[in-house]
Each structure stands twice: as C-alpha cells, then as structure tokens.
Design a protein around this ligand. Structure first.
Ligand code: NAP
Length: 251
C-alpha cells in the first residue's frame, strides 16, 4: 500500500517531521489551522484552515485517500487532537501523536500550577504587577478582567484589533527563542511574573529558564487532558511506527 500521510501541524516538531518525511520521499500533506498569517514553510504540500469538525475531517481523509494521520499539533490544541482520535477511529485509519514531555520544575523554579486559562485569570486577582503573558493570542480577552496589570505580549502577528488591556506592550516574534533573548526581554520590561502554558519542548522553554535565572515566579497552566492514543516522542519513532503499521497490516 502506498502511504499518504496527513500531518496536523503548527509546531516546531511538526516542521522537523515534515522535513524528514520529504527527505524520505514519503507522500504527505501538512495541515495548518490558519492562526498565523505565514505558517512556517516545509517542503511538503500544505493545506490551511479547519476541516469542519469530525465530519469534515472524515470527508477530507476519504477524499484524499489518507492512509495515516500524524497529530503533531500543540498540546493545547485539544479540540483538533480529540477530533483526530474520533475521526481516525471511525475511518479505521492509523493515528499517532508526536508529543513532547511536559516541562518539570527544577531547583530554583517557583511555579504555581493552575489547571486551565480560567484558573490562571482567577489567580491574577491581586495588586498590579508586570506580567509576561506568553500564551499566544487566542485567550487574551479573558485576562481583561484584571486591567491593573501590565501585560507583555509576545505574538507571531500584530493583532487586528488592540488587546483589551490598559497597560500592555506587544513584541512581535516567533520561536524558537533564546535564553539570552528572553533574559534581556524580561529585564528590560521589569517583568515580575511569567504566565505560561506547560507546552513542553525546546522552542518555548527559554522563558522558563530565564524566569529561573531571574528568580521570578511562573503561573504554569497545565495541559488539557486528551483521549488515549498512540504517542511518539521523536521523528524517528514516528518513522518506526510507520514501518510497523505496514507490517501489522501485512502490506
Ligand atoms: P484547537 O483549539 O484544538 O482547534 C480548534 C479548531 O481549529 C479545530 O477544531 C480545527 O477546526 C482547527 N484546527 C486546529 N489545528 C488545526 C490544524 N493543524 N489543521 C487544520 N485545522 C486545525 O487548536 P488551537 O489551540 O486553536 O491551535 C491551532 C493551531 O495552532 C494548532 O494546529 C496548533 O498546533 C497550533 N498552536 C497552538 C498553540 C496553543 O497554545 N494552542 C501554540 C502553538 C501552536 P475544525 O474543527 O473546523 O477542523
């Protein structure tokens, strides 16, 4: 059976996987949600935009004769990941998630864990402070209930409308970030608190290491729970799995 993969992308790890698949001559398409104006180019053909929930994803898988799905989305892209599990189960298409371990606190870290964005917002009900709010742009509005704080926002694209804050600054940049760069950024803006998702991986952990060096507290938003699914932690594990699923199916 000729393989024809769908890679659900939007992460540094997905980009690395796409480069490897292209080098290996494996047919694959990478899919982006369309959240940023210029998704990172990979050598693979790409499509952009939601599929239209589980029915839309099922229709796409069938129309494009997809043989394997690799979910390499961000650990907080829970809706996409849940839809992928459901659609692949219904269509009997093998699925694997390319995931990265969560960050773990180390000596010198001062983390407060919260289970979700709403709890992070609730935890900021305190006197004015200077916050690096490094959570992307999707959930910024929720923090508007605390206008007393200064928010330093790091965004890939300039927002279409100003963020709903009284005191803020936007730094337009995209990862991977460096510790030296994040130390300089946080010092220049006199940051006293970092609010972060527990994304894991190396592309965004510079701010966590910088906070450790500066002795700053971190409000760490834990990951959403996802249905059980096969997982790989490296590109080579994904390639092994691809070979394996061939064997399992006797093709
Ligand atoms: P989400 O809440 O799970 O997804 C919402 C909807 O967006 C999905 O139901 C799907 O629409 C569409 N979608 C998401 N990822 C897609 C993909 N790769 N290809 C096609 N459609 C996709 O996801 P999110 O948190 O908004 O993240 C969107 C994308 O940004 C993801 O691809 C993720 O890898 C990337 N990203 C997210 C974060 C983060 O913190 N959440 C950080 C870095 C990168 P339909 O239901 O219509 O199919």
């Amino acid at each position: 059976m000729t393989k024809n993969l769908l890679v659900l992308g939007g992460t540094t790890e997905a980009t690395a996987l796409c480069q490897n698949l292209a080098r290996s001559g494996i047919s694959a398409t990478v899919s982006f949600a369309g959240r940023v104006s210029q998704p990172k180019r990979t050598p693979l053909p790409q499509r952009v935009g939601g599929f239209g929930g589980i029915p839309g994803l099922l229709a796409y898988l069938s129309a494009h004769a997809i043989t394997h799905v690799i979910d390499a989305t961000h650990p907080f892209a829970a809706r996409m990941s849940r839809n992928a599990v459901a659609a692949c189960a219904q269509a009997d298409i093998p699925l694997i998630a390319l995931t990265r371990p969560q960050w773990q606190p180390e000596t010198g870290d001062n983390w407060t864990h919260v289970p979700d964005i709403a709890s992070a917002v609730a935890a900021l009900d305190r006197p004015a402070t200077r916050i690096l709010l490094a959570i992307g742009r999707m959930h910024l509005t929720a923090f508007a209930v605390h206008p007393q704080h200064f928010y330093l926002l790091r965004l890939v694209d300039a927002p279409d409308t100003p963020p709903p804050f009284r005191h803020y600054e936007i730094v337009q940049d995209r990862g991977p970030f460096s510790i030296a760069g994040d130390l300089a950024l946080m010092t220049a803006h006199r940051i006293d608190l970092v609010v972060s998702k527990n994304s894991g991986g190396t592309g965004a952990n510079a701010k966590i290491k910088a906070a450790r060096q500066l002795g700053l507290p971190v409000l760490m938003i834990d990951r959403p729970s996802l249905p059980a699914r096969p997982e790989a932690h490296s590109v080579s594990d994904v390639l092994d799995w691809l070979n394996h699923t061939d064997t399992d199916r006797g093709v």
